[in-house]
Write a protein that binds this ligand. Structure first.
Ligand SMILES: [Zn+2]
Length: 283
């Protein structure tokens, strides 16, 4: 009904909470509504996090977000208890499942290939959480024996080989688009960085097809959107060449449908589901 966007403050988590509170009130003002009229609020956040307590454990790209109670902070800022917080990729999977490319699928994996790489897994109609709620963090699946250190502290993660930030870093520029353009123009160094990224994504795709056996892998994020030939295609090719035949025959790799609004739409749908008592989504 209304939209308010603003830049994320870099001055610490309390300022981020304040900015989100102000942003929400601005959006409400556009439709002449107040917080009292809201049933609940959906909040898409970087993870790992505890979706029940609303605590963000780690957010490497956001200074100060270490075991930070974002959900309770927003509840205070807005004067509303019903804050439903979850990982951005979970929100995206929920959005794609209800209104996007994964409609009707009971077994699917959502992957975003953007600045970083992340995902969420829906298995048998339920969100796979795991014991520590990190299930679906496919960006930190190791796909190489050696390889660059990843932001998570490990090495050989698919993120550290195929995410936009790391592709750009490996070439010594700020923007991965520069590297794709250079590879297109036959720069051998750019081509080898892109070829390595494609292999990493291929390994991830084969591992997911064999180990999780989804019917769909929905791939979103800016890199996937702009460079399907260097992301979705090598994933399809690797699965066709190397996955179990039955797993390969069962899975399709498709582009995400909801674009950059996927987190927002997913968060709205997620809040509605939680309010309706469907606590573990997809039950
Ligand atoms: Zn990692």
């Amino acid at each position: 009904m209304a939209r308010d966007e603003r830049a994320t403050p870099r001055t610490g988590p309390d300022d981020v909470v304040r900015a989100i509170g102000e942003s929400a009130r601005s959006a409400l003002a556009i439709v002449k509504a107040s917080v009292r009229e809201l049933s609940g609020v959906g909040c898409s956040a970087p993870g790992p996090l505890d979706h029940l307590l609303g605590i963000v454990h780690e957010a490497p790209n956001m200074p100060g977000f270490v075991d930070f109670p974002l959900g309770p902070g927003l509840a205070d800022a807005l004067g509303l208890k019903a804050i439903y917080l979850d990982r951005d990729t979970v929100m995206a999977a929920v959005g794609e499942a209800v209104a996007g490319a994964a409609r009707g699928a009971r077994d699917f994996i959502y992957i975003t290939i953007s600045t970083g790489i992340g995902g969420a897994i829906v298995s048998g109609g339920r969100l796979l959480r795991g014991a520590a709620n990190t299930a679906g963090e496919v960006g930190h699946f190791p796909v190489a024996f050696e390889g660059p250190r990843c932001g998570c502290g490990s090495y050989g993660c698919v993120e550290s080989l195929a995410a936009g930030r790391f592709i750009a870093e490996a070439f010594g520029v700020d923007d991965a688009a520069v590297v794709f353009a250079a590879a297109e123009a036959n720069d051998p160094r750019a081509q080898s960085i892109i070829a390595r990224a494609e292999k990493a994504l291929g390994n991830l795709a084969v591992g997911l097809a064999n180990a999780i056996s989804p019917a769909l892998i929905v791939v979103g994020g800016s890199i996937a959107e702009h460079e399907p030939g260097h992301t979705l295609e090598p994933m399809r090719g690797a699965i066709a060449a190397r996955a179990f035949k039955v797993a390969a025959a069962a899975v399709r790799i498709v582009p995400a449908a909801l674009g950059r609004d996927v987190g927002m739409l997913g968060a709205v749908i997620y809040a509605r589901e939680r309010l309706a008592g469907r606590d573990e989504w997809f039950r």
